[in-house]
Ligand binder design. Structure first.
Ligand code: PEP
Length: 250
């Protein structure tokens, strides 16, 4: 069985106390499984409490949902990678569709965040994916290429490239209850790997799928060998529900 990553994106849910309770309950419900990593992206203010509770579990990693490309300075409201690392983050999401669609993050800004994360020894999980309109116009690959290109241009070191993970998250599938069909997700993952490999990236970039993953569809999605794991929002919000999902597959 290939190694799998189960990543939970809590979005704007679970402040420090609720996050600590969730993490403690999750510890009661799960045990480490070989070749399975569990990644958590709590709100920034909850990273410290989640990292603290999970310190005893080598299979669990904690990260930020968004970071600034600068470590310090006049960037009101941003999260410094240095500060995130100080409270226990070893990962970060970059370019989640909510950052792009709601907050206007550009492809170039996402690329700068990937580069900054790598410089801080934080693993970036870059989110890419097409909107519904782009899908209907047959422009899925074009959209994904547009999001990848600035990263390809900025991250040129082979060692750094090997540390970047991609999450394929079609925007129309996020929070809608409508997941991509497993074979469609697999096609997109294959395309992403081939596109990056043609540009000198390692052949087997790890690619997760995200978009309305739940306990009912996880197994079918992970049956596709192109998927290295899942990135999950809504269905990761309770310890019980998430423990059930991370127990599936493999
Ligand atoms: C996400 O937030 O990245 C996500 C995929 O959300 P959901 O699982 O709720 O669609």
């Amino acid at each position: 069985m290939r190694p799998l990553i189960y990543a939970a994106n809590w979005k704007l849910h679970h402040g420090p106390s609720a996050a600590r309770e969730y993490a403690a309950r999750f510890l009661e419900l799960t045990r480490p499984v070989p070749d399975r990593e569990l990644w958590f992206f709590p709100p920034a203010v909850s990273i410290a409490s989640v990292a603290d509770v999970f310190r005893c579990r080598p299979d669990i990693w904690v990260g930020a949902q968004n970071v600034c490309w600068e470590l310090k300075g006049a960037f009101t409201g941003e999260l410094s990678l240095a500060h995130a690392v100080e409270v226990g983050a070893t990962l970060t999401l970059v370019g989640h569709s909510e950052r792009r669609q709601v907050f206007g993050e550009t492809d170039e800004q996402s690329a700068r965040k990937v580069k900054a994360a790598l410089a801080s020894d934080v693993t970036p999980l870059l989110c890419v994916g097409e909107t519904l309109a782009e899908r209907e116009w047959g422009r899925t690959e074009e959209a994904v290429r547009r999001q990848l290109d600035p990263v390809v241009a900025l991250v040129t070191d082979a060692g750094e490239r090997a540390r970047v993970l991609i999450a394929y998250e079609p925007v129309w599938a996020i929070g809608t209850g409508r997941n991509a069909a497993p074979h469609d997700a697999a096609d997109a993952h294959r395309f992403i790997r081939a596109y990056l490999a043609e540009r000198g990236w390692p052949g087997r970039v790890r690619v997760l799928y995200g978009g309305s993953v739940n306990a009912a569809n996880t197994l079918a999605l992970l049956a596709e060998p192109e998927l290295d794991g899942v990135l999950v929002g809504g269905a990761s919000l309770t310890a019980e529900g998430w423990a059930e999902i991370v127990g599936l597959g493999g």
